[in-house]
Design a protein around this ligand. Structure first.
Ligand SMILES: CC(=O)SCCNC(=O)CCNC(=O)[C@H](O)C(C)(C)COP(=O)(O)OP(=O)(O)OC[C@H]1O[C@@H](n2cnc3c(N)ncnc32)[C@H](O)[C@@H]1OP(=O)(O)O
Ligand SMILES: N[C@@H](CCO)C(=O)O
Length: 368
């Protein structure tokens, strides 16, 4: 069922009930719904499908649909005549389990009608892939020509290629490595604790009362700094004060803001309006769990078994998912593969803001 956190027109999402699910670490849900959007038409053989996986706070709205004509987060990549031509391909974008965009998540109601809250299981990237495979089966999709994603979506795409090699012919991974690094886990922990230490968090059972928005806002600020490059922030904001505010309010210990603080306040405010703090924790921990080599003899061995044609890309100024981490994937998948550079001064978020750079090389490499 849809929760209150999405702000979407009626009918914007399709949903499929995929039944009960036992998570990798043993948690269980008696019923799981996966929400998704689609573009184009699945052919009779069920073999013209492409799956697009969203990032941490993303959703299934990759591009405009008749039911929701608003611009999507990869609008330029997808549509009639675009690099992923929806006159030819059937594209599906599922909302990740644990999130707050229509798939079962912590704000969803259990069979007794109570929100799961603190009882929502620990989710891994691999769990999300297993559930998406069940969705594919329910829809009659035999295999994916390509699975595509950036950042956490890239983790999901790579995990798809390692978990279901027989179902994935091509994989496109942008701005993501083979496993979350110590530093990525460290940034994740700070964000998770920011939410959990908010006095309103109540162990995750805050529904019906005030939400832990102060904590979620702090988490988003930490995250957003990592999504942008130091030079971009410097060039854009420098040390400038925000409007007439005075950052030198001492000795009263009250002060106005620098522009960059106002910018981060704005990014935080925007997320509060659209995201459930519990989902932020669940998905952040899922991303921290990302390790394509877990239980497979390590990253090198897991990637040696990938049979999908890879298309890899990294943002040249990304200081969260460094280009070397994309290179590690390229080197480990048999065959020798380049890493395409996304030229952008802004850092990690360049995989969203400059995605148009990837359209043509991706189409050529993956024969889209
Ligand atoms: C792949 C996925 O699934 S993720 C889904 C898409 N991601 C998101 O929506 C996440 C949230 N947003 C972001 O991550 C980024 O904003 C992006 C990547 C979408 C866009 O990045 P950019 O185009 O570079 O936008 P930028 O980060 O500069 O933010 C611009 C906003 O900051 C505001 N802003 C700029 N300076 C200031 C300031 N001094 N004080 C307050 N606000 C400011 C702008 O007014 C603008 O506001 P708006 O977004 O409400 O229109
Ligand atoms: N801005 C993106 C970046 C995460 O990779 C998001 O919020 O999902």
């Amino acid at each position: 069922m849809l929760n209150d956190f999405g702000d979407r027109p009626a009918g914007a999402l399709n949903t499929a009930d995929v039944g009960a699910y036992t998570f990798e670490t043993g948690g269980q849900l008696p019923e799981v719904t996966i929400a998704y959007e689609t573009w184009g038409t699945l052919n009779e053989d069920g073999n013209n499908a492409i799956l697009v996986a969203h990032a941490l706070t993303g959703d299934s709205h990759v591009a405009a649909t008749p039911a929701d004509p608003s611009i999507g987060w990869w609008e330029g990549l997808l549509g009639p005549g675009r690099p992923i031509d929806t006159q030819r391909w059937f594209v599906i974008a599922p909302a990740m389990v644990g999130g707050c965009y229509g798939s079962t998540g912590p704000a969803s109601l259990d069979p007794e009608g109570n929100p799961y809250g603190s009882r929502f299981p620990f989710v891994t990237i691999r769990d999300s892939v297993h559930l998406e495979a069940q969705l594919a089966q329910a829809l009659g999709i035999q295999r994916f020509h390509t699975v595509i994603g950036g950042s956490m979506g890239g983790a999901r795409a790579l995990e798809w290629a390692a978990t279901y090699p027989e179902m994935v012919d091509g994989v496109a991974v942008f701005a993501c490595g083979a496993a979350s690094t110590a530093e990525q886990i460290a940034f994740g922990q700070a964000q998770v604790l920011a939410v959990e230490n908010d006095p309103h968090f109540a162990g995750g059972d805050y529904y019906g009362g005030p939400a832990p928005h102060s904590g979620l806002g702090l988490a988003r600020r930490i995250a957003h700094i990592t999504y942008r490059a130091e030079a971009e922030l410097g060039a854009r904001f420098g040390r400038a004060p925000q409007g007439a505010e005075d950052p030198f309010g001492w000795p009263e210990r009250r002060r106005g803001r620098y522009q960059v603080e106002s910018y981060l306040d704005h990014q935080a405010e925007k997320l509060l309006k659209r995201f459930d703090p519990n989902s932020y924790v669940v998905l952040s921990e899922a991303l921290m769990s990302h390790d394509v080599g877990r239980g497979r003899g390590g990253v090198a061995e897991a990637l040696a078994g990938v049979t999908a044609v890879p298309f890899l890309a990294a943002v040249e100024t990304d200081r969260l998912y460094f280009p070397e981490q994309s290179q590690q994937i390229a080197d480990a998948i048999p065959g020798g593969h380049p890493v395409h550079t996304i030229h952008s001064p802004i850092g990690h978020d360049g995989f969203l803001t400059s995605a148009e750079q990837l359209g043509e090389p991706m189409r050529a490499t993956l024969r889209l």
